[in-house]
Design a protein around this ligand. Sequence first.
Ligand code: 13P
Length: 261
Amino acid sequence: MRKRPIELKVIIRCFLGLNFVRQTVIAGNWKMHMTCAETKNFLKDFIPLIENINTNRNIVIAPPYTAISTFASFSNSMNLNIASQNIHWEDSGAFTAEISPIMLLEHNVKYAIVGHSEPRKYFSESDEQINKRAKSAQTNGLTPIVCVGETLEQRERGEAERIISRQVEQGLEGTNPEDLIVAYEPIWAIGTGKTCEAKDANKICKLIRSLIGYEDVIIQYGGSVKPNNIDEIMSMSDIDGVLVGGASLNPISFARIANFK
Ligand code: 13P
């Protein structure tokens, strides 16, 4: 097998004498897309394209629940992990439409997205519920990917930092930062083609890191990440990965993102 290159950021941090433990996590959120047949076709094309990827890069995909089992049996790549698009805080019970951590563990799911702006908006998910979901993931050995982000109106009113601080403080209360990913996803950049300027995104990611108070917490950016902007986004000091929607549905686009330069 070809020798894998070392990340530039790793080299810089080693040079500066900083302990590098932050992993790069490139995640795809398939939302309500992809049947089992489409999942198989995607993996057939995608897996060979990430075969030689750097070992410090962890590639994650959150398929819809119906495709998790198919995904688990067809993805044999060491670098490719499964995420759930949500997780409940109870193991079982009368919670129609929810998903239990035990059910996810059965399929080797390693991550759970919680607090995405879509359930926050369409299903009135609160910071308190998000916090319970994040803690449930950690208690059960899954890493939560906790999403935070402001609306365009909040940003224009100069409230972005206050909103993010509230979401971080309430959503992450009592969680373990060593087993956590936070995704900064400005709502106005999701599915709109408008990316947050890399420097502005980096500023918010830095703020999130300081609010958490743990230098090595993994922080992602999400919102119209595409093959043409991934290299700039990933060159930022406080962005350790990305959470990708639309561009993760195409194996070639997502592989280009995973193989960022
Ligand atoms: P897009 O990449 O389609 O903007 O979606 C981002 C997102 O919501 C990922 O969770």
